[in-house]
Ligand binder design. Sequence first.
Ligand code: FES
Length: 280
Amino acid sequence: MGRDIELKIPNEISSKSNVLGSVINRRDFIRYGFNATAGVLVATFGLIGFASILMPGGGGGGGDLAVKYWAKGREDEAWYGSKHLQEMTLSDFTSEASKSSAGMAGASGIWNGVPVNVIYVPHNENKSKALEVNVPRYQFGEGVDATGKYVGHFEDLSETDSKLIPNDGIIIAFGRCPHLCCIPGWQLVSNNFTEDSWAPGGTEEGGNKLFCICHSSRFDPTALELNTNRNRANGQTFTFAGIKRVGGPAPVGIPMIPAQINNGVIEGITDYIDWLTYCD
Ligand code: FES
């Protein structure tokens, strides 16, 4: 057993939230996040042998493309607690979203050995309605890198590859934080950023943000942009499509994994696994 590492939640966050106290230790983090018990994933904090568990290079060939629930340690509290390692289905998410004020639903998962978060957004139902609170839809926008330099517009890439457009309302977001590579999980804590609400604009307003409990970076899974990051192994910069960082120390957003629905099962497409190379 490794030593406990205290994960401090900034006062500005802890004062307005109920985040399991203001400090989460490593044991709790693993309980609420990922661990190695299933033999698929090493836990947290940059210890992951990430390059070695990435599936072979893209093109959609081989491997099991289904995304599976990861509910380890949250069996009693997550809506998918009884579905650990079962395949995710679109109907699971739409059913859960029907109980939500914002009409959204999300879950932590695992896809070919890497952590992911899957979020359902009722885009097709809402895209023609007035843009207002709790009427979520995707927002395609421009991205700037960590230095503020313009990178491009999400549609620059989605217009050349329609697989990037989430037609079924499903976004698969890679599960490593671009700050220090923690595994955020989905809604492991309760606070303003994770509450059941939504606000337009891709800002800090509204809930349903992907919230990293290590240092409280926030990402909006409805705000899709282009951005850049760096391959950790070879140092090369790459451009990716993903969900926007709206707050916290993460320098950029989180890459998406294009999704498809196959007989109701949510699958990830392997065409862009080079976007997942910024952690060890
Ligand atoms: S690792 Fe620091 S905010 Fe996520």
